[in-house]
Design a protein around this ligand. Structure first.
Ligand code: SAM
Length: 303
């Protein structure tokens, strides 16, 4: 289950929000505090037997009480606790999160060049993010990188990002841009397909495909030097057919699919039978074949 802790963010990535105004629109505090959120997750865990909880947002490192929340998840017996972050606040949080029981972090980084990064995120913070990545590695957290690739925006960063990841022994995954939020009707012009990305990487490395793991979003390749690189090819190679994810947003709504524009509110005062019915409804939102897109932004549903 992916849990969106809050819908605001300290970056303004161009594929996520149309501009500062949309970013400000999401800048509000979550509906419940950590105690209420933990209670909701405890009930969902009792009903579903959650294997993994991934904390996301918005930017989850802006959530106050994050380490306590991770501890609470660990003590309710969730075996895998992960986090997706933009990494800008990671340097000062990595050790306490590891101590709280966090196991792994996905850092979203769309460029190592400061100018291209600013074009993608409307902010300047590459150096800070890199310090955060190194702090997470030093703290003993497993780290992966995710980079959304947009045609004409950061496609020149595929090889530099790959080199950056390989130098640190980190796995990197490149994401095809998804038709979400303000890009719902207009993502096609930015799409750099899996084939295009493989062609770029192929300029420097020989790639051999690996077998896809069940319910995985990424496919992986291994280079002639033994390093792994993944692609999340939501458009070119949809992975909906065996998706096992559930999402909970920061207002207490569940979703069975990122494509869904229909939040299903879970009430803390409702019975287990009522929740079970709503869980069925959410899982019924799953797409049989492919992600069809959503007018809701990842900021709202949680990426
Ligand atoms: N703030 C955190 C971060 O930056 O990782 C977590 C939330 S962010 C919405 C989660 C992921 O969604 C990021 O990796 C981001 O790049 C990705 N994302 C957001 N909108 C996207 C889109 N339209 N297409 C592809 N990926 C997108």
């Amino acid at each position: 289950m992916r849990v969106s802790l809050l819908s605001h963010c300290n970056l303004g990535c161009v594929y996520c929000v149309a501009g500062e105004e949309e970013l400000r629109k999401w800048n509000r505090t979550p509906d419940g505090g950590p105690a209420e959120l933990l209670e909701m997750i405890r009930r969902l865990h009792a009903q579903l037997g959650l294997e993994t909880v991934r904390l996301t947002g918005g930017e989850p490192l802006l959530y106050s009480g994050l380490a306590g929340l991770v501890e609470g998840l660990r003590s309710m017996g969730i075996s895998r606790i992960k986090l997706t972050t933009n990494g800008s606040l990671l340097e000062r949080n990595a050790v306490s999160l590891k101590q709280a029981g966090l196991q792994s972090i996905n850092v979203s980084l769309d460029a190592v060049d400061e100018e291209v990064f600013a074009r993608m995120s409307r902010r300047n913070s590459v150096a800070r993010i890199i310090r955060g990545i190194d702090a997470a590695l030093d703290a003993g957290l497993a780290v992966k990188l995710n980079a959304v690739v947009m045609k004409g925006m950061n496609d020149g960063q595929v090889l530099p990002l790959l080199e950056f990841a390989f130098m640190r022994g980190i796995t990197i995954r490149f994401l095809e841009v998804m038709a979400m939020g303000h890009l719902y009707h207009d993502s096609g012009r930015f799409l750099l397909s899996q084939q295009d990305i493989l062609r770029l990487i192929g300029e420097r490395y020989e790639l051999t495909p690996l077998e896809r793991e069940p319910s995985a979003t990424a496919r992986y390749w291994v280079t002639d030097r033994g390093q792994q690189v993944g692609i999340i090819a939501n458009e070119s190679e949809p992975f909906c057919r065996d998706c096992d994810r559930l999402r909970l947003d920061s207002s207490g709504n569940i979703y069975g699919c990122l494509s869904s524009n229909h939040p299903i509110p879970l009430g803390i005062g409702e019975t287990d039978v009522e929740w079970e019915e709503k869980l069925r409804l959410a899982l019924g939102q799953k797409q049989a074949v492919r992600f069809t897109g959503s007018e809701l932004s990842m900021l709202q549903i949680g990426g």
